[in-house]
Design a protein. Sequence first.
Length: 647
Amino acid sequence: MENRSTSKFTTLTSKLRPITLRSVVIGLVCVIFLCLITPYNDYYIRGTFAAGNHFPIGSFFLFTALTLIAIGLRLLKSRWELTGTELITIWCMMLVASGIPSSGFIRYHLFMLASPLYYANPENDWKALFFHNLPDAIVIKDPLAVKYFYEELPPGESVPWGVWIKPACIWSIYVLLTYLVLVCLSVILRKQWVEHERFAFPLVRLPAEMVESPATGERLNAFFKSRAMWIGASIPIGLHLLNGLHRHFPELPEIRLYFSLNPYLTERPWLALRSMIMYIYPSIIGFTYLLSLDVSFSFWFFYLLYKIQTVIIYASGASFSGWTLANRQEMGGYLALVVFVIWLARHHLSAVIRKTFSSRAPIDDSNEPLPYRWAVIGLLVGTYLIALICSMAGMSFWLAIGVMFFFYVMAIVLTWMVTDGGFLFLLAIFRPSDYIMVALGPSRIDPRSHTILTFEKTLMFDLREFMMPHVMNSFKASDTVNLRRRQLLGAMGVAMVVGLIVSYYSGLMTWYHKGGLRMGYWYDPEPWNRLTSFLTNPRETNWLELSFVGIGAGFMSLLLFMRYRFFWWRVHPLGYAMTTSWAPYTVWFSFFLGWLFKFLILKAGGFKLYRRIHPFFLGAVLGEALIGGIWIIVGLFTKVSYRILPG
C-alpha cells in the first residue's frame, strides 16, 4: 500500500479554483509547438519521441521549463509568476494533445490514406480485389498526390492541400467523436477510481510535487530543495549528455545502456527467447520505484514467464507459437478484468444511471467534468454516430458496434494499467476486431466490412498514446490544485481540436517535403496484406485460439480472486495482461531494477528510508526528461538523432 497517494497529494480544500485565460493561451502555444515538431523529430530525424508513451517527454520538458521560469519569477517577486493551478492546466492541455501527431493518430493515419494506391500493382491485384470498397471520400486516389507523399515533392511544387481537405474533415469528425466517447467513459469512471478505489496515479505525482506551494516564508518547495532529487537528476543528465555527444562526435566515449542476450541464444530451444535485450531507462526505474512491489514484480515476472512458455512450446513442436498462445490469453484476460471492473463499480454505475434519469439521485456530479446525464448520453450517442459513419463508409452497423464495444474493453483495461499500475509505456498487440475474428472467423464478415475495418489500424491498434489515460490523469491532476474540472475539460477540448488541426498540417508538410519512404517508421502495406489474406483465404472460427482466450479469462479470474481474497498473495493481475507487446520487451529490465531497488531499500530501512530516497528516483525522471528535451531541440537543428526512451 506504500504507493497510495499521501495526504498532500489527495487532500482538497473547500474552494475550487478557476482556470485563467493566460494559462489556456500558453497551453495552446505549447500544444502548437509540440504538434509542429513531432512528425519531423519522431519520424524524419528519428530522435527521442516527443510523446511515445503516457508520460510524454516533450510535454514534460516544456512543463519543467515553465515551472523553473515560475520559480525564477517568484524569486524576483514578479507579478507574472505562473501559479500551480496555471501550470497544471498547461500540463493537462499538452498531455491530451501530445499523442495526436504521433502514434495516437497521425503516425499511421496518413499512410493508411495513401498506401492502397501506392502499393497496388498487377501482382497483388488490389484494384480488383477491394478498391471498389474504398470510398473516394476517405482515401487519397490522386496518383500524383500519392506518389509525392511517398517520394517527396519535386522542387517548386507545393503540398496538394485540396486533395486532402475532404478526407481530413471526415476523419476529423470520426476522431473527435472517438475522443468524446473516451472522455465520457472517463467521466463515468472518475469518481469510482479516484475517490472510491483510490487509484495510485503514479504518473501524476511528479508534476503534483513540482507545483506544490512552498512553506510559509520559503521560495522553493520541498521537491526543489531536496538534495537527493538533484543527485538523482544528475545521473541521467550525465549519462545522456555523454552518449548524446558521442552521437554527434563518435570519437568521444559512450556508456552503453542496453545489453543483448541474443548472441548467447543460438541453439534450440533457446532460440525462442530471442530477441532478449536489457535496456536501462533511468526514468522507468524512477517511476517503478513509486509503484507497489507486487505491481512492479508482476510486470517483469509475467514477461519472463511468457518467454519460458515460448521455449516450452517451441521445444514441443506445437502447431502454434508461444506468442499466439500468450496473445490470445491476454485477450481473455482483458475480458475478465473488465467484468471485474464493472463488478467493483456496480454501485457507482447504478448511481450514475439513476442520475441520468433523475436529477434527485443522491450522487453528486456538481464538480464532475461533465454532468453524468451528459456523459452517459454522450457515450451512447457518440457510439451510435461512430457506427453510423462506419456504416455509411460500407461497414456493417452492428459490426461497428461490436468493434466499439471491444475497443471500450481495451480502453478500460489499458487506462487502469496506466492510472493505477503506473505502466507509462504499454501496447496491446491485438485489435478490438480480433475478438470477433477469433470467435466468428473472417469468413462471416462481408468484403466491404473487411475493407473499412482495415482502418482500425489508424486509431485502435497502437495504443501507446491513446487518449483515455491522458484524460483520466488530467482529471486527477486537477485535484492536486483544486481546479474546476468543467473549465479544465473545456481547455482540454480546445487543445484536442487545435492539436488535430496542427498535426494534419505538420504531418503533411513533413511527409511531402521529406518523402514517406524516408520517414523510418511504418510505411509498408501490412494492413492491406492482412485484408488480402482475409478476402482470399477466409477462415471459419478458430477454435484453438478461442480456447486460448478462454484459458486467459479463467487464469485472470483466478489471479483476481487470489489478489482480492488473500492478503498474502503478492502477484498482481495487471502484469499478466501485457506480456507479448513491444512494451515489456523494451522496459522489463528497467522495471526489474526499479523493483529490486525498492525491495532492498524497504528491507534495509523500511518505509522511513523509502520516503527519504523517494526524491532521488523522482529526480531520475526529471533529469531524463530535461536532457531528453534538450537533445530533441538540438536534433531539430543538427538533424542528428539521439534516442532516450522507446517509441
